[in-house]
Design a protein around this ligand. Structure first.
Ligand code: ADP
Ligand code: MG
Length: 328
């Protein structure tokens, strides 16, 4: 029987260590860990809970080994934080579910990712990376613009204020974000059209889209953006609508191109938004998609498209297991 090690950042474990709600916003709840583990068991895999990276270090030091590790650690420090567990496992020649350390580190940096995406000829909003206060007046793009931290997730640092209409607003939001997140700020053309997210499973030529859904903001939601607040209270503020026809075809094509160019493995999600004229653009890619069965976007969009949670997990594992076979 294939033995899967399971690494994750449990939110409550970090809260207990004294980290804040915001610092741990991307971390997982016990219910996500339970759902993943019991589904892997249902699929016939033996699982071994490891926990966060420091617990993994101890276990490796003790001589413990696994056929493959199912890793969902988001990491705490640095731009390569999502790459840390995959890189550590690589050093021990232990295969890991999801993308390589290179992909994990690159895609957390939305600016660097957009350079690769743009080079491949895939549509993405024009942008400028503001690294320090002095850079703010170098931004030479037409308003309205969208301003966000270059390397966060889960809507961190994103609110109605992210949409800026003039130089004064731009300067004020950039300054606040530089200070609060201690990292560069990505300034992009604001896309005012409809928003979609596409789920993908598999690797390379075998990657396929598992579905597309539209993010529709309800009346009481924060306006114009799928923000931190709208994400945290998605049950009340967001309506997720299945996408069909031409929109589905356009979005899935763009998402698959981006996924393949970036060499993502096993599964992920691509965020897309339409321009005012209705042309789709790449916003960002998530090679470590949230996997809470009811709260996370990938499982939600799969459910809407008739793919139950165990089926999604099976598609991810069927792709990942090739890495164990290749090694043997
Ligand atoms: N250039 C943009 N134009 C319009 N909306 C944007 C733009 N960039 C981000 N957004 C909005 O902000 C949300 C979060 O941005 P995203 O880059 O996906 O960050 P996160 O990693 O937090 O999900 C998007 O889902 C979208 O609603
Ligand atoms: Mg996103």
């Amino acid at each position: 029987m294939i033995k899967i090690g399971f690494t994750y950042d449990l939110r409550s474990a970090y809260l207990a260590m004294g980290y804040s709600e915001l610092e741990t916003a991307e971390f997982d709840r016990e219910s996500t860990i339970d759902a993943i583990e019991s589904t892997l068991n249902q699929l016939g895999y033996e699982t071994d809970r490891i926990g966060h990276i420091k617990q993994l270090v101890e276990r490796l030091q003790n001589g413990d080994r696994w056929d493959i590790v199912f890793n969902i650690c988001e990491g705490m420090y640095g731009i390569a934080r999502e790459a840390q567990v995959p890189a550590l496992l690589e050093a021990y020649n232990i295969p890991c579910v999801f993308s390589s350390p290179l992909v994990m580190a690159l895609t957390l940096d939305k600016g660097m990712t957009k350079r690769v995406i743009r080079d491949a000829g895939i549509a993405t909003p024009e942008f400028f990376v503001v690294t320090k206060q002095d850079d703010i007046n170098k931004v030479d793009l037409p308003f309205p613009l969208f301003v966000k931290p270059v390397a966060e997730g889960t809507g961190k640092g994103i609110s109605e204020k992210s949409i800026v209409q003039n130089k004064t607003e731009l300067a004020s939001v950039c300054r606040d974000l530089l200070k609060a997140y201690k990292q560069p700020v990505l300034v992009e053309t604001f896309l005012s059209g409809r928003e979609f997210t596409v789920g993908i499973t598999g690797t390379g030529e075998k990657a396929t889209a598992v579905g597309c859904m539209e993010i529709v903001l309800k009346e009481h939601a924060e306006k114009g953006v799928y923000s931190y607040v709208n994400k945290e209270e998605c049950e009340d503020l967001i309506e997720y609508v299945i996408t069909t026809g031409d929109d589905k075809q356009k979005c899935e094509k763009l998402a698959l191109e981006a996924y393949r160019i970036l060499n993502c493995e096993d599964g992920g999600r691509v965020d897309i938004r339409y321009s005012h004229e209705g042309n789709p653009s790449f916003l960002e890619i998530n090679p470590l998609p949230g996997l809470h069965p009811e709260h996370s976007d990938l499982p939600i969009l799969c459910t809407l498209n008739g793919i139950a949670y165990p089926e999604l997990m099976k598609m991810i594992m069927d792709s990942a297991i090739q890495k164990v076979r290749q090694k043997k």
